[in-house]
Design a binder for this molecule. Structure first.
Ligand SMILES: Cc1ncc(COP(=O)(O)O)c(C=O)c1O
Length: 402
């Protein structure tokens, strides 16, 4: 007997994703595709001590089922950490998730019906597209940096607007203060939820961080005794600040949104690991993330500079790009439209380097003109060699296309 068919949405995924995941296994390959932190930044001795302490001294927190919405003490810690002048965050504004990725998935569950409209920063984070794919949403692309971008028109009729204002994945671009204010005001006028997905918010290499849209919407929490009730849904994660394997993220939003997400999480994983939550809480209390940040910034800043210098030497006649002021990625656009970056991927793999083609960041898979290059995982020598290989691959691709 034939087995039942898989759900329809599974046939909608992009093949490039499979190729790019399999590439991790190729020996000698220089992987500049993922958004991976350098393992040398993980404070292993500190984390071991925190884990041992959590299990020995807080076994109920660490080893029991945790409350669906997260350990109360960690929710309080996050509320205090993200409160700002005029922004009064309460425990009811916070939910702990299993990484930022789970928050995206749960938001899809509570806000999307089949064919719902999403206004999404374009190009968009692949993980968000993957999370929402089962709902078959309709996307209205937002080109936030275009002169004629009109946030109010973009938000009309959308269930939510999705943005990564700090060093977007994939483009590495920063959304400026005026634009943040314009997005927020459009959310307030239209009533649309505004997702501020912020994994890269601490990774500023050249300047002090801009205010979060969450903080800019402080007028939605005017009184200390009432929780924040604004349109921003802020997503944070420990993945780039401490270690992705802990799988700890958080949502900060109006209590009605937190309640809906908690209902969805109950049918998802029931709770985020109590052990990871306890480690996170104690790491914040001990100032661990703040202590390791300067080293992370110095390491990644030097790698960004090394990548961009190598690109100037080897890729300037093939691509254009902007030097990102933070985050983990450079977005490079082919000068010649004949350079199809989906076709470049297998060519690059044959040369021993992996990058991510732009098609995976387009809900319709149509943008084949750009690539995303990660600079945080490899040292400067490997980055330079990776760029040399990429230049060879791009030239060979252009010869084949001619
Ligand atoms: C824009 C964006 N959102 C969310 C995530 C999810 O990260 P995690 O699930 O590790 O917290 C990532 C990871 O790379 C990302 O780039």
């Amino acid at each position: 007997m034939p087995r039942p068919a898989f759900a329809n949405w599974l046939s909608d995924t992009n093949d490039v994703t499979q190729i790019f995941l399999a590439a991790g296994q190729i020996p000698g390959l220089i992987n500049m595709a993922g958004g991976l932190p350098d393992p040398s930044t993980w404070p292993i001795a500190d984390l071991s001590a925190l884990a041992a302490n959590a299990i020995s001294n807080h076994p109920k927190d660490a080893l029991a089922y945790a409350p669906i919405e997260g350990l109360p003490s960690l929710r309080d810690t996050i509320a205090a950490r993200f409160s700002a002048p005029g922004l009064h965050l309460h425990r009811d504004n916070v939910m702990i998730t299993s990484g930022g990725m789970q928050a995206l998935d749960l938001l899809g569950k509570v806000l999307l019906d089949d064919g719902s409209l999403i206004a999404a920063q374009s190009p968009a984070y692949l993980g968000a597209l993957d999370a929402w794919r089962p709902r078959r949403p309709i996307y209205r692309p937002m080109h936030l940096h275009a002169n004629d971008f009109d946030p109010e028109a973009a938000f009309q009729g959308a269930q939510f607007a999705y943005t990564v204002p700090n060093f977007s994945n994939p483009t590495g671009r920063l959304v400026g203060l005026d634009q943040r204010q314009a997005l927020l005001s459009a959310a307030q006028t239209t009533g649309t939820w505004l997702i501020e997905d912020d994994p890269y918010g601490t990774l500023y290499y050249d300047s002090a961080p801009l205010p979060r849209m969450l903080s800019l919407s402080a007028s939605n929490s005017p009184h200390e005794d009432t929780p924040y009730d604004g349109p921003v849904i802020y997503l944070g994660t420990l993945s780039k600040e401490l270690a992705p394997g802990l799988r700890v993220g958080w949502v900060i939003a109006a209590p009605q949104m937190i309640r809906a997400l908690v209902t969805a999480k109950q049918g998802s994983d029931m709770s985020t690991s109590g052990l990871s939550q306890r480690i996170t809480q104690d790491a914040f209390a001990a100032g661990l993330t703040d202590r390791i940040l300067p080293e992370i910034l110095a390491l990644y800043r030097a790698r960004r500079d090394a990548l961009c210098a190598a690109m100037t030497t080897h890729l300037a006649d093939l691509f254009t790009w902007e030097i990102p002021a933070g985050g983990m990625f450079v977005w490079a656009t082919a000068r010649d439209p004949a350079l199809n970056t989906d076709a470049l991927l297998p060519e690059a793999l044959a040369q021993g380097v992996c990058i991510t083609p732009s098609s995976v960041f387009d809900p319709h898979g149509l943008n084949r003109r750009a690539i995303r290059i990660n600079f945080t995982l490899n040292d400067p020598e490997k980055l330079t060699e990776g760029v040399r290989r990429l230049a060879r691959a791009a030239k060979s691709c252009l010869i084949k296309a001619a």
